[in-house]
Design a protein around this ligand. Structure first.
Ligand SMILES: NC(=O)c1ccc[n+]([C@@H]2O[C@H](COP(=O)([O-])OP(=O)(O)OC[C@H]3O[C@@H](n4cnc5c(N)ncnc54)[C@H](OP(=O)(O)O)[C@@H]3O)[C@@H](O)[C@H]2O)c1
Length: 334
């Protein structure tokens, strides 16, 4: 790489406690340490990207900063025996885009141990249509299965925050695996969208926000994937069927819930934490291979829109307000 080489990136700068974003030409020599350099083609807008673009949650401690918690692209150069130029790769998490520069630039340099080779049938754009949200949805499904969920269990599988990124992919995967999916959304406008993704019923968010009548209510859900926490999580835990599980993925409503231990003690309910960021590499490879086979690509396409990198900052407030539907792919200029 020549010393004068530059690449286009969306750079975050902080001034007087305010974070601003602008497209810049960045010297390639400024890339962080790592043994693989990737020509990034696509990144995505995840909920966490929204927080980072707005300078929230103290996720980024040092500026100037290139955000983007995931990316897909092609290996440009590698000092690792595991990757060679031309390999198509995907990265999710590992604090990339938070404590290190991320995928909102035409080049990224990372550790080889963080990269997953893309399955042949997923191109870079579709990999980012899946993105961290979709890969996390797959991890949540895998966790529920590890704890005994099968499509023949009585009851529907509930997905909360269903019209968001994790929720949309979770609905599509579960439906294609043969589960009956109850999709919970706060948006009346998204009912048809969720039914088209495979939901067999819609649960208005307000219904799940009600305070349950006791620590146990009638057994309803075979399992659940919760993206919102708060009163919705408190409510759904009271109606998970005996020995069923809830995968705790997100906090779109709030990070706390007013919980009761009784469902865990008297029904053997499991609350399963999902951590996509530091998930071991073998499980990532399994998740991506399963996504390549079990997520119907036509459904993935219907939940996806593609926007240029320069427009990402305008969408940050939208995703934080829960107004983005499905997945947003960010096209990174070469
Ligand atoms: N554990 C992990 O490793 C991991 C990985 C990825 C994401 N996450 C977290 O998972 C959550 C979902 O991520 P995402 O990318 O799917 O975000 P997203 O696209 O913004 O979707 C979140 C959805 O939650 C619902 N929602 C928004 N505000 C709400 C509120 N105040 N109360 C109740 N529901 C609300 C909305 O769905 P409806 O309109 O359909 O109700 C919204 O579309 C986020 O909290 C994110 O940080 C965690």
């Amino acid at each position: 790489m020549g010393s004068s080489e530059t690449f286009s990136a969306l750079m975050l700068r902080e001034r007087d406690g305010k974070v601003s974003a602008a497209m810049e030409e960045v010297p390639a020599a400024d890339l962080p340490d790592g043994d693989v350099t990737v020509a990034v083609e696509y990144s995505t807008l995840n909920y966490k990207d929204g927080m980072i673009l707005k300078g929230l949650g103290r996720l980024v401690r040092s500026y100037p900063h290139v955000p983007g918690i995931d990316f897909a692209g092609t290996v440009e150069s590698s000092d690792s025996a595991d990757f060679k130029p031309g390999d198509r790769v995907v990265l999710n998490g590992w604090m990339v885009g938070e404590s290190r520069w991320g995928g909102y630039g035409a080049k990224a340099r990372v550790k080889s141990g963080w990269l997953v080779k893309l399955p042949d049938n997923i191109n870079s754009k579709r990999a980012m249509a899946v993105g961290t949200a979709g890969y996390t949805a797959m991890l949540a499904v895998m966790a529920l299965e590890d704890h005994g969920l099968t499509p023949d269990k009585e009851g529907d599988v509930l997905v909360t925050g269903a019209a968001g990124g994790v929720g949309s992919v979770a609905v599509a995967i579960l439906a294609s695996l043969g589960y009956r999916v109850a999709a919970s959304t706060g948006r009346d406008s998204e009912h048809d969208y969720l039914t088209d993704l495979g939901a067999s019923s819609i649960v208005p968010r307000a219904e799940l926000e009600e305070t349950p009548k006791g620590p146990l209510t009638s057994e309803r859900w075979a399992g659940a994937i919760d993206n919102v926490c708060g009163p919705v999580l408190a409510n759904l835990l009271t109606s998970i069927r005996r020995h069923g599980s809830c995968a705790a993925v997100g906090l779109a409503a709030k990070p706390t819930w007013d919980g009761n231990i009784i469902p865990f003690l008297l029904r053997g309910v499991n609350l399963l934490g999902i951590d996509s960021g530091f998930c071991p590499i073998e499980r990532r490879v399994t998740a991506w291979n399963r996504l390549s086979k079990e997520l119907p690509l036509a459904k993935l396409d219907t939940m996806t829109r593609v926007v240029p990198l320069a427009e990402a900052p305008d969408l940050a407030g939208e995703i934080l307000a829960g107004r983005v539907r499905g997945r947003t792919v960010i096209e990174v200029p070469s």
